[in-house]
Design a protein around this ligand. Structure first.
Ligand SMILES: CC(C)(COP(=O)(O)OP(=O)(O)OC[C@H]1O[C@@H](n2cnc3c(N)ncnc32)[C@H](O)[C@@H]1OP(=O)(O)O)[C@@H](O)C(=O)NCCC(=O)NCCS
Length: 142
């Protein structure tokens, strides 16, 4: 498996993979092409792709505020699951954050998403049952 940063030219493949993976995303808002382009211009190392034999099989969208590194929009092609693709993406993401001096890594996982909860537990993440996620959005697309 190989990892490389994706560019805006990979946008359609990213959307296809998120759809195939059944991942919830915001195609009319935060994940719209022009939004992603703007984000990539600022953070060129934001979209990490995992490749098997040249085929994009997994994605992670990395964000950080200089203090904490977030692993977002993690998705693996259904035909490539349980082969360690997500685990590899998480490990690679942590290395990318470490190179920036960030040593706290985090992910938000929905309560029904047992595969993802198991995944993060399996690579050493601690589940916090005492934290609630509060958000405020200008619209549901964000
Ligand atoms: C969750 C997801 C990213 C896992 O990808 P993956 O490449 O299959 O995961 P890995 O092969 O790296 O799995 C590593 C470990 O995670 C756990 N795990 C992964 N998928 C699991 C599942 N379906 N059920 C239970 N545990 C699972 C296991 O402990 C696994 O180790 P093992 O295979 O040796 O038992 C993938 O199922 C997916 O894309 N799901 C849809 C999108 C999604 O929910 N993304 C997460 C958003 S927070």
């Amino acid at each position: 498996m190989e990892f490389r940063f994706l560019t805006i030219d990979d946008y359609d493949s990213v959307i296809k993979l998120w759809e195939r993976a059944g991942l919830k995303f915001k195609p009319e808002g935060r994940d719209r092409r022009d939004f992603i382009l703007k984000q990539l211009e600022r953070y060129p190392d934001m979209l990490l792709g995992a490749y098997d034999d040249g085929k994009l099989v997994g994605i992670a969208l990395l964000t950080d505020d200089g203090r904490k590194g977030w692993i977002n929009r993690l998705a693996v092609d259904p035909d490539y699951r349980r082969r360690g693709v997500a685990k590899g993406l998480i490990e690679k993401s942590e290395d990318i954050f470490r190179k920036k001096g960030i040593h706290l890594f985090a992910a938000l996982v929905e309560d029904w998403n047992i595969p993802s909860q198991n995944l993060f537990s399996s690579v050493g993440y601690k589940k916090h049952n005492d934290i609630f996620y509060f958000t405020k959005r200008d619209s549901d697309e964000y």
